[in-house]
Design a protein around this ligand. Structure first.
Ligand code: ADP
Length: 555
């Protein structure tokens, strides 16, 4: 704008200058021509008076004059001329000034030389005797005058140019300055030019509308962000070219993307399932696929987005179903393990019963068979009881109420219950420590400590020892069950908490194990947000340490 105003100013002054020069010149030229003709007329008048008393040769007196004098007869023949021999000159009747003078008494004309460099001004006057007296003079043409005046004209033009550049710059700056200083944040407050007021009012109105729209859009975006960022599900919005338009942090986390580029969503995950879901959604179909990434499993739901019945993109929701898949797998394994564990004693019972039903089994054998059936039935009862316990913890652990439980007192009670079994093997069981309270469910804590103590006896050596140690630090309450038993090999230590896992199956069965004891312990500890630490040395003994967080009891 500044440049435009500058150019406009500059060229306007240039144009004004040129027009002025042309006008001044043409006016001056006209003026000087009229002057010359008036001079020629007065000179002609003087000579005409003189000619009344003189003859033609009088003309020769003017030969050195700067004017040319010509005397012409009424028939156009040149009688005398100060510049040429009259006999060489042709008839002058066709000349305009002569014709006019013959008709009207005087006439004038201007004729240019062939080169246009000079012009001849002629004034003719009809004398009383009918002859024509013509006085003429030669002048430089406009071109010659202009050429002669070129240096001063150039100086004037250059000075005017410099001045107009300077002024144009100044003017354009002063015009632009208030426009540049306009405060468009508050257009109505500006008072730069009156002419701008309607425009500024319009801008102010539009600004308010735009501000409102931006505010609404920002608010909506904030709301959307707040919702999507708090979702644990990943969310991706793509256009119909698979380019990512929007995403939430969960999507980036779940798909393990380090560097998000505004790229095709297909670069986010290269799996077939992902590509298939995207392609199907953009093809207008709701797609649901499962994809795996490292040890995680995700459910991918891709839905097409329509506008005016045209697909403009898709929304992809990523749900982490790893836990569900694992749980489902565990459930399947558990079901199959339970069936297997139940089948073994039932097969034995069925076998013994079949042999006895014939009635031919000798009495002593019937006694043995009955004892075996009883043992297997006992095993089944223990197994079913453990399955029920673990299922209860699996299903709804929250149903159990928590209370203040003294771990020392509870452990003492449990060891008292177990003492008869321990004594049978010559095992000494002790509770060491002092009162220590935790917030927990007594029934579950009981099962946990009982299982640990029972294992410590079952997998102990004859005349061994079991210590239940209760102690507490500033932040924790610890319960340790330590035995002097057979120990657990290092390679097996990680797996002993799995359901139905036993280091030595036959030994476990022999001592009446179900393989569910430590799984119940693990479940119970996790229900109490407690940590389990297992330390064991083969042939030396095992120690299970349960670390509870300290609860701040008011009393
Ligand atoms: P089980 O009913 O067979 O005892 P658990 O889940 O209680 O099942 O224990 C799993 C396995 O861990 C046992 O079969 C046993 O091999 C081993 N185990 C558990 N406690 C001890 C312990 N105190 N000392 C040695 N081995 C143990």
């Amino acid at each position: 704008m500044n440049k435009k105003i500058f150019r406009l100013n500059f060229f306007t002054s240039l144009l004004v200058l040129l027009i002025s020069i042309i006008l001044v010149f043409s006016v001056l030229f006209e003026y000087f021509e009229a002057q010359v003709f008036s001079e020629l007329a007065s000179e002609s008048t003087y000579i005409s008076y003189a000619l009344k008393n003189e003859d033609v040769s009088y003309i020769d007196n003017f030969k050195n004059n700067n004017k040319r004098i010509t005397l012409i007869s009424p028939n156009g023949t040149v009688l005398a001329d100060t510049s040429a021999n009259p006999s060489t000159l042709d008839n002058h009747t066709s000349r305009k000034e002569i014709k006019d003078a013959m008709a009207n008494g005087n006439g004038k004309s201007v004729r240019y030389s062939n080169t246009l460099m000079q012009k001849n001004l002629y004034y003719a006057q009809k004398l009383d005797d009918g002859k024509i007296l013509r006085v003429s003079t030669t002048q430089n043409s406009v071109i010659v005058i202009l050429l002669g005046l070129l240096p001063p004209i150039m100086i004037i033009v250059i000075s005017v140019l410099i001045t107009s550049v300077f002024l144009a710059r100044k003017i354009s700056k002063s015009i632009i300055k208030p426009i540049n200083a306009l405060d468009l944040d508050d257009p109505a407050k500006n008072e730069a030019y009156e002419e701008l007021t309607p425009l500024l009012k319009k801008i102010s109105l539009q600004k308010k509308t735009i501000d409102r729209h931006i505010h609404e859009a920002n608010q909506r975006q904030e709301e959307f962000k707040l919702i999507t960022e708090n979702m644990s599900e990943g969310l991706l919005v793509i256009d119909n070219h698979t380019n990512v338009l929007s995403y939430n942090q969960a999507a980036i986390r779940l798909l393990e993307i380090d560097n998000v580029k505004p790229d095709s969503v297909l670069t986010f995950n290269r799996s077939k399932g992902f590509r298939n879901a995207v392609e199907r959604a953009l093809g207008g179909e709701r797609a649901e696929n499962e994809i795996s990434l490292d040890e995680y499993t995700y459910n991918l739901i891709a839905t097409p987005v329509y506008e005016n019945s045209k697909i403009i993109g898709a929304v992809i929701v990523i749900i982490d179903i790893t836990e569900n898949v694992k749980r489902e797998q565990l459930r399947r394994e558990f079901t199959s393990n339970v069936s297997h564990e139940l089948k073994t004693p039932l097969t034995s019972i069925s076998g013994f019963a079949e042999m006895m039903k014939s009635g031919k089994t000798p009495d002593e054998t019937v006694v043995d068979f009955s004892a075996s059936i009883y043992d297997e039935a006992q095993r089944l009862i223990t197994l079913v009881s453990d399955i029920m316990k673990i299922s209860e913890l699996d299903e709804s652990p929250m149903q159990f109420e928590k209370e203040k439980v003294d771990l020392y007192e509870l452990s003492y009670e449990i060891t008292e219950r177990l003492k008869p079994i321990a004594e049978k093997q010559g095992i000494v069981i002790n509770v060491i420590g002092d009162q220590a309270f935790v917030m927990g469910t007594r029934k579950i804590l009981d099962e946990m400590i009982y299982n640990l103590c029972e294992n410590a006896i079952k997998y102990n050596k004859e005349n061994g020892k079991v210590d239940v140690i209760i102690n507490q630090s500033e932040n924790d309450v610890n319960l340790t069950v330590r035995d002097t038993g057979i120990g657990i090999p290092l390679s097996e230590q990680k797996r002993v908490f799995e359901r139905f896992y036993r280091v030595d199956k036959s030994h476990s069965k022999f001592v009446g194990g179900t393989g569910l004891g430590l799984a119940i312990v693990k479940h119970a500890a996790s229900y109490h947000n407690a940590e389990i630490k297992l330390e064991s040395a083969e042939g030396k003994g095992t120690s299970f340490k349960i670390k509870f967080g300290k609860y701040d009891f008011d009393d």
